[in-house]
Design a protein around this ligand. Structure first.
Ligand code: XIL
Length: 400
């Protein structure tokens, strides 16, 4: 019988033991070099067996596909449930992987909250309690939070979607959501995440204008999530130009929910290339890991691993692209995305804080930042308080 000598046999066995994609390094190793978070959506239940091993080896970030949404984290009013998110966080912790939070405020998957039909004050209260509780629970554990999901109304002149939040609270509900979030978790970067605005188009222009308005009003926003539910072919130039224009106003971009229907290797490298050439593109996450479990159904040919767990050619192509990223852009990205060391935030309250009607706010309502007293704008926000320091910038308007 023909015998393969020992070292050769060991070499041949490597792809079977490790999975072919590991032969030339992993996505996570290459992403670290490029200063990128590379992630995937999952539930904690899925993170076992081949799925778990691949997730562990290839990624440095996770996002819960459903488990940190409103209906999952607050299944009934005032009752909170964190098991799903905790499971994904703990899995990642063991391996130095980070967690992205998805999401606080959305028109969908919000359970009971969508049926309250409350007044502005009641709905603001629901929003605040939810963000305080969920954001507080995951404080320091989530590096990026989708504070707002899918809030523009593409069918209606690019204004805000007429969600139950918008109808009850009004057009300033995003402002409050961001402020509540900054207070609940000052460590997390705060995002507005949406679909269909991946390249330069009227929707992404509407998103840009919203972001500009927030920045002007000192609303604490750090980034935009471009969901990237795409179909082949992927237009690299348009997506790159879009990422760039958000960078010009100081915002991070995360590509948050990538799937490319019938995506070719070229489509995947187009998308990654658009990210890599912009210093402000900091995270690249697919919405699932393999074609066997995409929300688009089997046969979508839309993720990086096949239904039988074969890495597609795109995996190696992405690794190569990240390994060869322009060092100047990588250095700029690493500098830009550097997380500040945040001291323990204990502020003495110098003056009692009052709401618009003059009522005294309980201490718990303003746990971290003094709101001060001064001129109040039409929306009840206090414009008189100066930002305290660079890491707490944007806190000079206190929403009611
Ligand atoms: C989807 C999940 O993938 C499904 O499992 C669920 O049934 C519905 O929601 N935009 C988003 C995601 O922001 O939260 C959605 O996720 C997909 C579209």
């Amino acid at each position: 019988m023909f015998r393969i000598h020992q070292p050769l046999r060991a070499l041949l066995a490597v792809p079977f033991l490790l999975g072919a994609a590991r032969a030339q390094g992993t996505l996570a190793e290459a992403a670290a070099k490029a200063g990128l978070n590379i992630g995937m959506a999952t539930s904690s239940r899925q993170l076992t067996g081949t799925y778990g091993n691949t997730a562990k080896a290839q990624y440095n970030m996770f996002v819960c596909e459903n488990d940190m949404k409103f209906q999952s984290t607050e299944p009934s009013r005032g009752r909170f449930s964190y098991g799903g998110g905790d499971g994904v966080y703990n899995f990642g912790q063991a391996n130095g992987q980070r967690l992205r939070g998805h999401n606080f405020i959305w028109h969908a998957q919000s359970g009971w909250a969508a049926n309250v039909n409350g007044s502005r004050d009641e709905m603001l209260g629901i929003m605040k309690t939810h963000i305080d509780s969920v954001g507080g629970h995951f404080k320091g554990k989530v590096v990026e939070w989708d504070v707002l999901n899918e809030i523009t109304d593409d069918g209606n002149g690019n204004g805000l979607r007429k969600s139950f939040w918008q109808k009850a609270i009004g057009d300033d509900y995003p402002d409050s959501a961001f402020f509540y979030s900054r207070r609940a978790d000052p460590y997390a970067k705060l995002y507005y995440n949406d679909y269909g605005g991946d390249g330069v188009n009227s929707k992404s222009t509407a998103m840009l204008n919203l972001a500009k308005k927030w920045i002007q009003n000192k609303v604490p926003i750090d980034g935009i999530g471009l969901q990237c539910h795409l179909s082949s072919p992927v237009n690299k130039q348009s997506i790159s130009d879009n990422i760039k224009r958000f960078g010009e106003i100081g915002l991070r971009i995360s590509l948050t929910e990538i799937d490319i229907k019938n995506g070719t290797t070229q489509d995947w490298t187009n998308l990654m290339g658009a990210c890599l050439e912009n210093f402000n593109c900091t995270s690249f996450l697919t919405w699932g890991i393999y074609d066997g479990a995409s929300w688009l159904g089997q046969g979508c040919n839309c993720l990086l691993f096949t239904e039988s767990w074969q890495p597609k050619a795109a995996v190696q192509a992405l690794i190569d692209l990240m390994n060869n990223a322009d060092p100047a852009v990588v250095a700029k990205r690493k500098e830009f995305a550097k997380e500040p060391i945040i001291p323990t935030l204990v502020y003495p309250r110098r003056a009692p804080v009052r709401d618009r009607a003059g009522g005294l706010l309980p201490a718990a309502a303003v746990p971290l930042f003094p709101a001060g007293i001064g001129a109040v704008d039409a929306l009840g926000r206090n414009r008189s308080v100066a930002p305290h320091s660079p890491w707490a910038a944007g806190l000079s308007i206190a929403p009611r």
